[in-house]
Design a binder for this molecule. Structure first.
Ligand code: NAP
Length: 243
């Protein structure tokens, strides 16, 4: 156990992870843009678990602030969990490049900025844990969300390389590949119940994967096989599908 920094801590998935890891004895630093909400979340987790929970303001788009943010944390983190993400508006992005930038900077570039700092410190310390929520959307581009999907694809490839680099330094890098999860991000979508996870299930899968020292998990687990099949569809056929 130790101290876990949670980025995007207001996300439904991150809240479930925060509760689960605090229950296991981790102290937490919750980081997000909405500090008023963070304060409430911190108090709630503190009361439920008796663990130390502090909150701090963090904007993944403000990359100039990341070095000072990292260096001024109240405690040195032993682990980082990142749930930052922005689905964005695909149709808007097709005509407005500022939407493309927001999608790519939030889901990819901004996350690399903060993880670079964590990676360097953990590599020097020769220990640490980095958990990042990517998405199965990054495994094959589809017309309905390829800006978001391509940013997640970049993130997944980055994490693979980071794991390769940090493995000799005993730093675990866990890539989380969710399929559908019932959260604020998907609240306006009609999700198929059998394929959809609850945030608490995702948190449970993540905790189990950390304990087992895993590299990549799919949640729910069968998304590994669904995506395996989707990747096998020949491009000639795939390009004609309405996905
Ligand atoms: N739900 C799904 O079906 C699903 C599937 C696959 C992957 N994912 C991924 O799972 C992760 C968690 O998402 P979620 O489903 O729990 O949705 P969510 O509740 O909408 O969480 C997204 C989080 O990202 C944060 N965020 C967005 N822009 C930010 C910025 N500029 N700086 C700092 N934080 C920012 C949001 O904070 P604010 O409250 O400040 O906006 C929020 O906490 C995301 O990476 C998402 O892409 C979700």
């Amino acid at each position: 156990m130790g101290c876990m920094l949670i980025l995007g801590a207001t996300s439904d998935m991150a809240r479930a992870v925060a509760r689960r890891f605090a229950g296991e004895g981790w102290s937490l630093i919750l980081a997000a843009r909405n500090t008023a909400l963070l304060e409430r979340l911190s108090k709630d987790i503190q009361v439920r678990t008796g663990r130390e929970v502090v909150s701090v303001s963090f904007d993944v788009l403000d990359t100039d602030s990341h070095k000072a943010f990292w260096e001024n944390l109240s405690e040195r983190p032993d682990a980082v969990f990142c749930a930052v993400g922005y689905l964005g508006d695909q149709k808007l992005a097709e005509k407005d490049f500022s939407q493309v930038q927001r999608i790519v900077l939030t889901n990819y570039v901004g996350i690399l900025s903060i993880l670079n700092l964590a990676a360097r410190e953990f590599e020097t310390n020769r220990k640490g844990l980095i958990i990042v929520v990517s998405s199965v959307a990054g495994e094959r581009g589809r017309q309905s969300n390829y800006f978001y999907g391509s940013a997640k694809a970049g993130l997944t490839a980055y994490l693979s390389g980071l794991r390769n680099r940090l493995s000799p330094a005993h730093v675990q890098v866990l890539t989380v590949q969710p399929g559908f999860v019932m959260t604020a991000m998907t609240q306006n979508m009609k999700l198929p119940p059998l394929l959809t996870a609850q945030p608490d299930e995702v948190a449970e899968d993540i905790l189990r994967a950390v304990k087992k020292g895993k590299d990549v998990i799919y949640t729910k687990w069968f998304w590994r096989y669904i995506m395996g099949l989707i990747r096998l569809i020949p491009e000639k056929l795939f390009k004609r599908l309405k996905l």
